[in-house]
Design a protein around this ligand. Sequence first.
Ligand SMILES: Cc1cc2nc3c(=O)[nH]c(=O)nc-3n(C[C@H](O)[C@H](O)[C@H](O)COP(=O)(O)OP(=O)(O)OC[C@H]3O[C@@H](n4cnc5c(N)ncnc54)[C@H](O)[C@@H]3O)c2cc1C
Length: 434
Amino acid sequence: MHQPLMEINTLCVVIGAGSAGYGATIAALRDGCSVLLAERHGFPGGMGTVSGISSYINYKYHGEDLSESVYRALRKDIFEADGGYLGDGEHVDFFDVEVSKRIMENHILRMGGKLLYHSLLRTISRDAGGWILRFACKGATVLVRARFVIDATGDADACTLAGAGYTHGRNGDGKTQPMSMIVQVGGFEPEKWAESGGKLIHGRYACGGDCFSGEIAQARAEGYWNIPRENIAMWWAMPKNPTHITINGSRLLGYDACNPFDVTAAEIEGRKQAGVIASFFKRYIPGFANSHILSTGPQIGVRESRRIVGLRTLTEQDIAVQRQPDDMVVRCAYPIDIHSPDNAKTNFDKVNGELLYGIPYGCLLPEGLENMAAAGRCISASHEAAGSFRVMPTCMAIGEAAGVAVALAHRQGIMLSEVDPRNIRDRLDEALGK
Ligand SMILES: Cc1cc2nc3c(=O)[nH]c(=O)nc-3n(C[C@H](O)[C@H](O)[C@H](O)COP(=O)(O)OP(=O)(O)OC[C@H]3O[C@@H](n4cnc5c(N)ncnc54)[C@H](O)[C@@H]3O)c2cc1C
């Protein structure tokens, strides 16, 4: 059957509606650009919704909120819609997945953005007019002409298809942080959890950071745990229902998120692990005796895959010396947090409990490609450095910086690489009301 071609022109196309793509889209729209946001799933949010990772780690620096205005506005509206709650620390905002999807969509559409769901980027090329992208969609191939491209796919799909150099995983062997299948569990009984000494935050929300290592050791010894992981994080999935818990406890070692057969195998193995986790909770953790799996989310969680080779590359040394260069556009305070690519360990590098560094603009710009930027976890960085800025509010801030850069380049009639990073930072500060 002949697949019809649908064509659309836009100033900027953003590929991937995760945290970074959302930040980029809102920022570019806010500054008057026309934006098409293309996403392979049927809703925005990326890992935060696709995989059910609803805990937005917004690490503060000595109490200073480093998030940018797009994240703050989103957070405000989610909380006002009763779709968010705070843990007992200051560093994490918990969002209801369904509320987040709806509010993100509302923001994009209200600002005049165009959404294209169920669209997978297939090809990208250039002519004198700019970039030409083809998306495989149900019922048609969609051809997009755009002057600027923001690659927020997490996997640097657009940049690598366009010929950018990339790295994958860690230096030397290319191994990545493992994927994890997030599990939603229903039938939790908070009273029983609290009676046994379990913590209830604000008297309602059940939460545990990285925990249950004692129970895991016992279950392993008794033959009820075979997952290569030593700790589990759990949190309440939504502020409306105290019986519904999100669990991050699986680990899929050795799979490549850009290899389709690996991803398939990881999804299958992830669901097996979800079964092990559900049985473990029923048997070992108070309050879960009558629990059951509600869902595992439409897609397995991917922590790491390809990153572009950019004009600048962020390294772990930059983070260790807390470098804040003149060309930084985003600041981050989250420590390096690496789930081992090899075994059950997790390395959470607290750097004496405090940290602050800047991400240079050049990390967003792929070497050798003009008017294209990467945003989110696929910017130019080492495996170790990416273990830090990968948290969602920071990825959203990187996206916001990319969107501002596009608007500046458009207004000034210059290339993305010619935009002065200080002007990006000034605009981000202005949006914060500074
Ligand atoms: C298991 C796990 C637990 C985590 N825990 C936390 C946590 O507690 N707190 C926290 O803040 N962060 C956490 N993270 C990290 C965080 O979720 C990611 O680093 C972050 O979501 C990256 O944002 P992004 O926008 O760069 O990419 P993503 O969120 O991955 O979004 C990329 C988007 O692009 C779309 N896409 C990809 N390829 C294409 C294509 N070719 N065409 C069209 N669309 C495409 C995807 O469908 C997706 O929507 C966790 C990650 C994982 C995997």
